[in-house]
Design a protein. Structure first.
Length: 376
């Protein structure tokens, strides 16, 4: 196996494959990266059993093939070597006993490889249920929900985002039982039959990073226990979570007793200041006091060790009943960061009942739910 390739082109693709490689691989060979060279393309593969990423680099003026073959190399060392090589191009040659020579200008490395035949095969996913979605829409809906998944795996199903794809809409829900984020976006050409997938939050985070700021068309191929996302030369596999996702629609309140509309930037700034002190205390809680009669909104935080902070927050509209509620400021901060409008509406029912954060535009289907904290 021998080829020469443009180093920047290789690094760009290598960085994406490295997202699937864990430093704590349960199977030793999975700490490596698999390279397979044919006369048409170079294929890079990485996997940690939860995520697998395969990237194909076609033969071109930037990639010339002398002889085909395959090898698995230790991913971390290989990646560091390539990034530190001098020169525009580098040469790669597999010799006897899987020893691999990597050279560029005056620099030459020889590292030990492994037999690629021992690398686990990627799952085979039938393509009869495939459909396409714009990369920008998929990345948007991931970023608006994924942050709310559970990080503790006591209820494994909650560590994923529940996607429902239908011919006209894509709906995603994430909850860690303390907060919830639900986003629905209109699709033009969704699957003909409704498709339900629970995808791990960690997988979606890496997928979002790979999509980046570009807007590639993505083909979604659902399987029994895996889902494949294909975009340009990248195939991204993720395992699916088993189990029944809770019926979250029943958690969303249908009416409210108090509502207030805030400018997003102003509320975010006030929340940052209020939580400066609460982060230092054992109880990370802020209080929101809505005084409808006097048309005042106050945000406050206390740390027994340091002191307290109190601030009147400007608002656009406040109506309903007076209310005082306590909550984790980090949950509201995440909700505001995911918001898609310049202003949000918060609706409340009772001091110990969850409250919602929604856009100030009726045509955007996006609701976030936050559970308050009992402080007495």
């Amino acid at each position: 196996m021998k080829f020469t390739i443009n180093r920047n082109l290789f690094i760009e693709n290598l960085n994406n494959v490295m997202r699937a490689i864990s430093s704590r691989a349960t199977i030793p060979i999975l700490s490596g990266i698999k390279l397979v060279l044919s006369n048409e393309e170079l294929t890079l593969t990485g996997s940690d059993t939860d995520i697998s990423i395969e990237i194909k680099i076609p033969v071109s003026k930037d990639l010339t093939v002398e002889s085909t073959g395959s090898i698995v190399l230790p991913a971390r060392f290989f990646s560091e070597i390539i990034k530190k090589l001098p020169g525009k191009d580098f040469s790669f040659e597999v010799m006897e006993s899987f020893q691999t020579k990597i050279s560029s200008e005056n620099s030459e490395f020889t590292i030990n490889g492994l037999d690629a035949n021992n690398f686990p095969r990627l799952p085979e996913i039938p393509d009869e249920a495939t459909f396409n979605i714009a990369g920008k829409i998929l990345r948007e809906i991931i970023n608006e929900t994924q942050f709310a998944v559970a990080t503790q795996e006591s209820r494994l199903v909650l560590s994923g985002v529940h996607f429902t794809f239908s011919p006209n809409t894509i709906k995603a829900v994430a909850t860690d039982s303390h907060r919830l984020s639900e986003r629905e976006i209109v699709l033009e050409n969704g699957p003909q039959t409704a498709t339900d997938l629970i995808i791990p939050g960690k997988s979606l985070q890496e997928l979002s990073r790979i999509i980046g700021e570009s807007d590639p068309e993505i083909t979604v191929c659902p399987g029994d226990n895996q889902v494949l996302f294909k975009s340009n030369n990248i195939s991204f596999y993720s395992r699916l979570l088993d189990g029944n996702y809770p019926d979250t629609d029943r958690l969303l309140p249908t009416e409210s007793t108090t509502s207030v509309e805030f400018d997003l930037a102003e509320l975010s700034s006030a929340l940052d200041r209020a939580s400066l002190l609460t982060h230092e205390g054992r109880n990370n809680v802020v209080d929101l006091d809505l005084d409808v009669e006097n048309q005042k909104v106050k945000l406050s935080g206390t740390s027994a060790e340091i002191g307290n902070v109190e601030e009147e927050v400007s608002f656009k509209n406040l109506e309903g009943n007076n209310l005082k509620i306590s909550f984790n400021p980090d949950y509201l901060r995440d909700a505001l960061r995911a918001s898609v409008t310049d202003a949000v509406i918060m609706k409340f029912t009772q001091p110990l009942r969850p409250f919602t954060v929604t856009p100030n535009k009726d045509d955007i289907q996006f609701v976030q739910l936050i559970t308050p904290v009992r402080t007495f």
